[in-house]
Ligand binder design. Structure first.
Ligand SMILES: [Zn+2]
Ligand SMILES: [Zn+2]
Length: 261
């Protein structure tokens, strides 16, 4: 049996619908050997209902640590999904540096003051090509920041199906080179299937670019409810195999190891 992980789970410590404990049985049933929680942490913003409060962090870390000790049929890791804000690298580093984590996932949800994934209004009347360029620039900057082990949903800007007119290959190529240069993993995020785009992130037609540039990968569900843990993973691993991948990244205490699949 292949060792599969799912490092991108949200419990009710951020915007998931259930307690962390509720993810264990579905994860085991999905054939996963290892899972990790990655609650939203959005520094520099006030009272967001989808992100943890700073005061929740220590209880969250303690809770997952206890859970991992009490569960024997699956390995449970502790992570965070942290929003990247250009210009705030040092403050973000100072904050994350002292936390006892297995990995940190970096995300771009914000372009400017607004998030790209909360509604299609964000896109209306805007130059879509320019939005894609800006989004990819920010993801590359996140990769280069040294703050993150994994980059989440690297083309989330596709979420509502607005399509750029220009060739996107150069954007993906540049991003893949940046990820590789800074030793950052990208995720094949299966949750896009449940969103308006109804497909994984990144766009499967560009997966070969990540492979050609030797960017390490892991597969994540970004589940916000237990039933979506490990969802669509057979298809995801098939896609990766077809793109030429044969190993995936696992993490422990912010060290990366590669395992065959
Ligand atoms: Zn996210
Ligand atoms: Zn997430």
């Amino acid at each position: 049996m292949v060792y599969r992980t799912d490092y991108h789970l949200h419990s009710w410590f951020s915007d998931g619908q259930s307690a962390p404990e509720d993810y264990i049985a579905p994860a085991v049933a999905a054939g996963l050997k290892e899972i990790g929680f990655s609650e939203h942490l959005t520094l520099f913003k006030e009272s967001l209902d989808w992100s943890m409060k700073l005061s929740d962090i220590e209880p969250y870390l303690a809770h997952i640590k206890t859970l991992s000790k009490n569960v024997s049929n699956i390995v449970v890791k502790t992570g965070l999904e942290v929003d990247f804000f250009p210009g705030k690298e040092d403050e973000t580093y100072s904050y994350l540096n002292h936390l006892d984590l297995d990995y940190v996932i970096g995300s771009i949800h914000y372009l400017g003051k607004k998030t790209v994934d909360l509604g299609p209004e964000f896109y209306e009347g805007k130059n879509i090509d320019r939005l894609f360029e800006l989004y990819f620039e920010q993801v590359s900057a996140a990769a280069a920041s040294g703050l993150f082990d994994i980059i989440a949903h690297c083309d989330l800007i596709r979420i509502f199906g607005f399509k750029p007119l220009t060739d996107q290959v150069p954007l993906y190529r540049k991003l893949a080179k940046s990820l590789k240069a800074h030793n950052v993993v990208f995720e094949l995020n299966t949750n896009g299937r449940n969103r308006p785009i109804a497909d994984f992130y990144p766009d499967r037609q560009f997966l070969h670019i990540f492979r050609e540039e030797n960017v390490p990968v892991c597969v994540n569900s970004d589940a916000h409810m237990p039933s979506r843990t490990g969802q669509y993973f057979d298809e995801a691993y098939d896609l990766l195999r077809n793109a030429g991948y044969s190993e995936m990244a696992v993490f422990d205490k912010r060290q990366r190891y590669m395992l065959p699949f």
